[in-house]
Ligand binder design. Structure first.
Ligand SMILES: Cc1cc2nc3c(=O)[nH]c(=O)nc-3n(C[C@H](O)[C@H](O)[C@H](O)COP(=O)(O)OP(=O)(O)OC[C@H]3O[C@@H](n4cnc5c(N)ncnc54)[C@H](O)[C@@H]3O)c2cc1C
Length: 420
């Protein structure tokens, strides 16, 4: 039985005593019922100890991954541990799509939802916002369901829940009709335009990402993904805010991944992610952090980050700036407000990154940043708890669902219950 000893990036060990890969929900119920401490791993792509446990670590990757599509409700119900890579072609073949995706499709649907994973798009919520139902194996091994329509508050607390309420065994997702995307990259977007025309730039497509390294007076590249109706390439402007259209990709494929195609239309699930790994099991060679600030703070927050140019030069590969629409999920990083995610792809130099995070966070503190739950941050638990208006309700929900702390790990104790 393969035992995962570390996360994908290799920077966080798993301390589990046992590892399980149940093949049925009944097996899963029995494992959960017997265990003292449980957490589930998805594809292990988080960068901190969010998925760790000292007890029983479970993977759902041996459960049936056939999606059940409801053509009346326009939903899909499936094993929550399925990856987007396995799910999306099934949806597309049935004429459906998900409105948005993260930068990669190797992650599990439930791991993404539990950590409020997102893509970009001014009108697009994070990936958890399309969840309309959850089937959960609770601490005593019972199976319960929560739906958005019937359960309101507990449901809104349970979708982004860091694995703290139980094991989500099945998930129901709202679908939209399948669509086609064409993406293009522009290079050298002047910083002055970034600051003066931020909203217009982020609104230049269905999904827009900016990649600055902060070392120049321009943003190195601007990716614009637009919906197109035909399967033939659509002509696009050769300049955008004085950034120049690139023919194909600006960057060569790195050794571990391939960028998704530029300049040609293709199905949503082959264009919304930025890349796919050549070998998803290979240990990653990067670290990541990301902070979300209210959209109205975006330009001031970006200027604050730009001030730290010299600190970042030796440790940063690139940043990515994305927009995420507001939602009502209690622990969502976009709870109650449209946000901008300011993401950092660090070199694998934890010593350097660890020293810099408090400096970066101090610079962002006037904007009340919420860190990405699955990435690296140094913000103290009190500040994190204060950033979520429904935190007290989530703490109560945790105690109600899990009175004996079966699903609590060091991360949940530290950031949610404040007892570590
Ligand atoms: C190269 C790379 C690119 C990334 N790109 C993005 C991006 O574009 N956008 C973004 O927001 N993040 C991104 N991330 C961060 C990370 O991928 C996400 O947070 C991701 O969704 C984690 O999913 P996972 O399947 O790896 O979950 P894991 O890291 O394995 O687990 C995440 C959480 O989900 C819980 N969980 C897993 N399964 C269950 C279950 N069945 N029931 C209850 N809880 C469960 C775990 O216990 C843990 O708390 C990226 C990471 C990497 C390495």
């Amino acid at each position: 039985m393969p035992i995962h000893q570390k996360n994908w990036a290799g920077n966080t060990p798993f301390n589990a005593a046992q590892f399980h890969q149940p093949t049925t929900i009944t097996d899963l119920q029995e494992i959960v019922q017997k265990a003292d401490k449980v957490h589930v791993i998805g594809s292990r792509h988080c960068f901190n100890d969010i998925a760790d446990t000292t007890g029983d670590l479970i993977s759902l990757n041996n459960l049936n991954n056939q999606a059940t599509i409801d053509h009346t409700q326009h939903t899909a119900t499936v094993n929550a541990g399925i990856t987007y890579r396995e799910l999306c072609p099934q949806l597309h073949a049935a004429g459906y799509a998900l409105p948005n995706m993260a930068s990669l499709d190797h992650i599990t649907v439930i791991g993404a939802c539990m950590s409020a994973t997102h893509g970009s798009g001014d009108t697009l919520g994070n990936l958890a916002t399309v969840v309309s139902g959850l089937e959960i194996v609770t601490a005593n091994g019972d199976v319960i369901t929560l739906t958005r329509d019937k359960d309101d508050d507990p449901f809104l607390g349970a979708v982004v829940a860091l694995g703290a309420l139980g094991v989500v065994s099945k998930i129901t997702l709202d679908l939209v009709p399948a669509f086609t995307i064409q993406q293009h990259v522009y290079q050298k977007l002047p910083m002055t335009h970034l600051y003066e025309s931020f909203d217009a730039i982020m609104g230049a497509g269905y999904s827009v990402s900016l990649f600055p390294t902060w070392q120049k007076d321009h943003v190195e590249s601007l990716w614009v993904k637009q919906q197109v109706t035909e399967d033939v390439s659509v002509a696009v402007p050769t300049t955008l805010f004085d950034a120049s259209l690139v023919d194909g990709h600006l960057w060569d494929n790195p050794p571990d991944r391939q960028w998704t195609p530029m300049g040609t239309p293709g199905p949503w699930f082959e264009r919304l992610p930025h890349f796919s790994f050549n070998n998803a099991e290979q240990e990653g060679n990067e670290l990541q952090s990301e902070y979300f600030v209210a959209r109205h703070h975006a330009v001031d927050a970006l200027k604050a980050v730009a001030n730290l140019r010299e600190h970042m030069a030796p440790i940063l590969s690139t940043s990515e700036i994305r927009s995420v629409a507001a939602d009502k999920l209690w622990l969502s990083t976009a709870y109650g407000q449209d946000v901008i995610g300011i993401h950092f792809n660090w070199l694998k130099d934890w010593t350097g990154v660890k020293q810099f995070l408090p400096i970066l966070e101090a610079e962002l503190s006037p904007f009340n940043p919420r860190p990405h739950w699955g990435k690296l941050f140094a913000i103290n638990p009190e500040q994190i708890q204060a950033a979520y208006p429904r935190m007290a309700d989530f703490q109560s929900l945790t105690r109600e669902f899990d009175p004996n702390g079966k699903f609590r790990n060091a991360y949940v104790d530290r950031y949610i219950l404040g007892t570590a």
